[in-house]
Design a protein. Sequence first.
Length: 115
Amino acid sequence: QVQLVESGGGLVQAGGSLNLSCVASLSMFSHYTMGWYRQAPGKQRELVSLFTSDGRTSYGDFVKGRFTMFRDNAKNTVFLLMTSLKPEDTAVYYCNAVRYYHDYWGQGTQVTVSS
């Protein structure tokens, strides 16, 4: 059974930083496009970042250089380093893994940024 387990969320003051992690129990992990998404209360889930199997990264427009996504294929893990956090970054952050028709999600980790 495939599992994606996120960790690293929490409460932080505006301007602070958090580093989210996602460990995936996936065979051929390096072949997956990994992503971070977030969903705030009353809003649709939105893309935060993607890291493709061939090493390309992309970010949502709202990131504006504040977040960086990393992956460690040897440890089946992706990270999201978030800096200069704002109250509007408050959301549940989800890890996603996609390869062809395989599409897996984690349970999410709560990030709360206080003003």
